[in-house]
Design a protein around this ligand. Structure first.
Ligand SMILES: N[C@@H](CCC(=O)N[C@@H](CS)C(=O)NCC(=O)O)C(=O)O
Length: 528
């Protein structure tokens, strides 16, 4: 391309950019502000009646106000509603610069749907090729006055909302301030501006107290935080871990130790090894010495867990089988615990956990979403919670997830085999050990469940001894096969569940002693 062509292209682009640019006038206002302008107007009208207008707070306010306007010549051209709902495309800029103020024409707009407490903005944007000056007048027009105007002439089409006492009317005046048409070699070079539209928009300035103008900034800041959180933070954490020697985020092995003895009172040699440590640091066995060398995590110390436990008149008589299961499991894991004695009619359990059954634990070592100690109810949920949240402590399940399902099965078997049967045997004894205030509640609720009185339920309990022993056969057979515990060589969940029921029986009834024969393998297991 020749140099001239480049020049022409440059000039064309400059002109095009200039021509397509829009300038904006902004007229912010609020309904309350207009009201006070109205009051000011009334005060002033007595003193300076000769002036036809004055400027207040940057807005031109006609002193005689709306009344002095000839409604037959100036009609509201549009009704505008915020926000952005109504955009008005009009050509309100006169073609030529106007010479006298008499020629200045106002255009009228009804502003409806204004929230009395909100800030609004009337915006006029116009093409840069029609440099203009705009004036805006706002009127708060009373219903009577408005209706009078409507009856007079061309305001007829305008309607006031049904219950509105007043309406805001804006009048816009545009004055073209551009250069005079250019005459060159006898030709007039002036643009026909008649097709240049002016856009008038009415918009609320705030969204729930936040200025709309800050919305893009807020959105960008939120996006930046999200990106930092998603991408930068993990990178920084990984980098720090690498710096501290924790390669690849794998658990750090702090010490190796040969361990003798085992958790939860078994006599076998065994080791407590968190699963994730095992993955990186396999155990090594020395069969001659009968020892296991294993990586040992740094021992953490945990604060005691509070457990609500059902007690009788004597606060040491804990008798809920479900609470006992959890107590065994806490002991198995080596977690410290504090008992909170609770009786049937005490309100605490419901206040704390939102339901009425024990056990309930409060764990200060893990905080919930509100920064409070975690509260868990239901014995099964508690054991799952402890397993998931203390992976560094010995598990009560045998063999991971499969063990968990098996444990659930065993729990259901024990519950269905011994729940109602045991209750029928000891219901009256439980009642007799309760605090006085609990007795009526217990009698009513349990008699309803048993379908007869507590006395009648236990009257023939001798006949329930054989069914009780028969139901223990699966456990008996397992123990007879040589297993020390129901879960093998060390006690686990199955032992704790069944033992929970034996604790319930033993702590409430002397009849419990008659349920097993002295040489029953289950009795031997119970003593272990
Ligand atoms: N499914 C629950 C059962 C808990 C349960 O039934 N607890 C009894 C005590 S053994 C209780 O709190 N009863 C209160 C009442 O009956 O009002 C669990 O496994 O924790």
């Amino acid at each position: 391309m020749s140099r001239h062509s480049w020049l022409i292209l440059f000039l064309f682009c400059t002109f095009y950019l200039k021509a397509s640019r829009c300038d904006v006038y902004k007229f912010p206002f609020a309904l309350s502000e207009l009201r006070s302008l109205g009051e000011l107007n009334e005060d002033r009208s007595t003193t300076s009646a000769n002036n036809d207008h004055c400027l207040v707070l940057g807005k031109r306010l006609l002193l005689d106000g709306f009344k002095s306007i000839r409604h037959d010549v100036c009609s509201p051209s549009r009704a505008l509603q915020p926000p952005y709902q109504e955009l008005c495309f009009e050509s309100i800029v006169p073609r030529q610069p106007l010479s006298s103020s008499a020629e200045r024409a106002f255009r009228w707009y009804l502003l409806s749907g204004l929230d009395p407490d909100a800030q609004f903005e009337l915006r006029v944007s116009y093409p840069a090729t029609s440099p203009s000056v705009f004036e805006a007048c706002f009127f708060l027009v009373e219903r009577a006055e408005f209706e009078r105007a409507c009856s007079e002439g061309s305001w007829k089409g305008a309607a006031l909302p049904a219950h509105a006492e007043s309406v805001v009317v804006a009048a816009l005046n545009a004055t073209y301030t551009g250069v005079s048409p250019l005459r060159l070699c006898g030709f007039q070079l002036a643009m026909d501006r008649s097709y240049r539209q002016t856009v008038i928009a009415l918009d609320a300035l705030y969204f729930g107290g936040v200025p709309f103008s800050t919305m893009p900034t807020i959105a960008i800041a939120a996006l930046a935080v999200l990106l930092v959180w998603l991408f930068l933070v993990p990178v920084v954490i990984q980098f720090t871990q690498q710096l501290l020697g924790e390669t690849g985020g794998k658990p750090k092995v702090q010490a190796y130790k040969t361990m003798h003895g085992c958790v939860a009172g078994t006599s076998l040699d065994c080791a407590i090894v968190p699963r994730e440590v095992l993955a990186t640091q396999p155990l090594s066995y020395n069969l001659e010495l009968n020892t296991i060398t294993c990586p040992l995590m740094a021992e953490k110390s945990y604060a005691p867990i509070t457990i609500y436990e059902l007690v009788g008149a004597d606060p040491l008589r804990r008798f809920s089988p479900f609470v006992w299961q959890v107590l065994f499991i806490l002991e198995h894991k080596g977690l410290k615990w504090k008992g909170a004695p609770w009786r049937f009619t005490d309100p605490e359990v419901e206040q704390v956990s939102g339901q009425k059954l024990v056990p309930v634990i409060i764990d200060p070592n893990h905080l919930d979403g509100y920064g409070k100690p975690t509260i868990v109810s239901d014995s099964w949920k508690i054991v799952e919670y402890l397993e998931d949240n203390y992976p560094d402590l010995p598990s009560v399940f045998v063999g991971g997830h499969a063990g968990r399902t098996q444990a659930m099965f065993f729990r259901q078997w024990v519950l269905h085999s011994f729940g109602s049967l045991s209750m029928a045997i000891i219901a009256k004894d439980i009642h007799d050990h309760l605090a006085e205030k609990d007795k009526q509640y217990f009698r009513e609720s349990r008699e309803k469940r048993l379908g007869r009185s507590l006395e009648l339920a236990v009257a023939d309990r001798e006949t329930l001894v054989d069914p009780f022993r028969n139901r223990l056969e699966p456990a008996r057979a397992t123990l007879k096969s040589g297993a020390k515990f129901l879960t093998g060589d060390a006690p686990g969940y199955a032992d704790y569940v069944l033992m929970g029921y034996f604790m319930w029986l033993r702590n409430t009834s002397s009849f419990a002693a008659k349920l097993l024969e002295k040489d029953d393998p289950v009795e031997l297991w119970r003593d272990r």
